[in-house]
Design a binder for this molecule. Structure first.
Ligand SMILES: NC(=O)c1ccc[n+]([C@@H]2O[C@H](COP(=O)([O-])OP(=O)(O)OC[C@H]3O[C@@H](n4cnc5c(N)ncnc54)[C@H](OP(=O)(O)O)[C@@H]3O)[C@@H](O)[C@H]2O)c1
Length: 279
């Protein structure tokens, strides 16, 4: 039985113990929605929530395990009977040059930011497709549109989230499933305190200085996460939500500038580009 109209929607939010995931979970519970919230530390997550706890189903989950994700989605469906909106929010950045990153460090960034998202989508889709509705919201980043020095693994994961969301939209819109990829600029969450740094450093790349810079910048980000999550709630109510959504004036300026420079570069090398077909 679909109980959406009476009790609000059922949301699934990953990485909900802090930052945007926690703000979103609190907003949803106070707005009468039901939330399946995942965290590696479900006890900390539950302890942080005070309002409407009966509408919260907290699940301890490492999203990088495909098996565990499947089990968690099965439990969530058994608990609430449906999932309407999925927010793939869990993520972190690894700071360091590509040369310094070990295979394990690079892969771990991809495991959490990218494959965790893929695992969640793969296991919710059978339910959304069957119910003929749903909205998948993937949290990418300004780093999903612009390459930044010392962020190659994070860039690789966040760029991939943009591409996968575009492909997914084309695959699932016919089933009534909506898709949005959100790219925040800098928002004041625990993000900068959660940054991982490469363990083996090469002085030439200046990661020690980068670490000091990011640690000092935490708490000064211009973006208000409460405003961000209220926009997520708004787009979930739209008949036709955006496929791509940039959030934050800092991000808007950066991405538009990047797009201009990219178009100019494509133009500059146009003669090569157009010269490659068989005569
Ligand atoms: N804040 C920004 O400026 C900003 C900008 C662009 C994009 N973003 C993106 O926004 C999303 C939310 O970030 P936030 O700003 O809210 O950061 P946050 O305060 O650090 O929260 C991040 C959440 O992601 C999960 N997470 C972090 N590292 C993880 C790991 N190694 N394995 C599994 N889960 C992990 C955590 O889940 P647990 O509950 O398991 O600890 C945590 O709740 C992320 O995808 C981030 O990349 C943030």
């Amino acid at each position: 039985m679909n109980t959406t109209a009476k009790q609000g929607k059922v949301w699934l939010v990953t990485g909900a113990s802090k930052g945007m995931g926690l703000n979103l979970t609190e907003l949803l519970l106070s707005s009468g929605h039901r939330v399946i919230a995942t965290s590696r530390n479900a006890a900390a997550l539950e302890a942080g929530i005070t309002e409407n706890k009966k509408n919260l189903y907290a699940i301890a989950l490492d999203i990088s395990s495909d098996e565990d994700v499947k089990a968690a989605i099965d439990k969530a469906i058994a608990h609430f009977g449906q999932i309407d909106v999925v927010v793939n929010n869990a993520g972190y950045s690894l700071v360091g040059s590509l040369e310094e990153m070990t295979d394990a460090e690079f892969r771990s960034t991809m495991d959490v930011n990218l494959f965790g998202t893929v695992n969640i989508i793969r296991h919710v889709l059978p339910h959304l497709r069957q119910q003929g509705s749903g909205h998948i919201i993937n949290i990418s980043s300004n780093a999903g549109y612009i390459g930044f020095a010392n962020a190659s693994s994070y860039n690789a994961a966040k760029f991939a989230m943009v591409g996968l969301t575009e492909a997914l939209a084309q695959e699932v819109s016919r089933f009534g499933i909506k898709t949005t990829v959100v790219a925040p600029g800098q928002f004041r969450t625990e993000f900068m305190n959660s940054i991982q740094y490469v363990q083996h450093r090469i002085a030439d790349y200046g990661v020690d200085e980068a670490e000091k810079m990011w640690s000092a910048a935490s708490g000064t980000q211009p973006g208000d996460p409460d405003k961000l999550v209220s926009i997520l709630l708004k787009i979930s109510e739209m008949e036709e939500p955006p496929l791509h959504l940039l959030l934050g004036p800092d991000n808007y300026d950066l991405v538009l500038q990047k797009r201009k420079e990219e178009a100019a570069e494509f133009e500059q090398w146009r003669s090569f580009t157009l010269s490659t077909n068989f005569d």
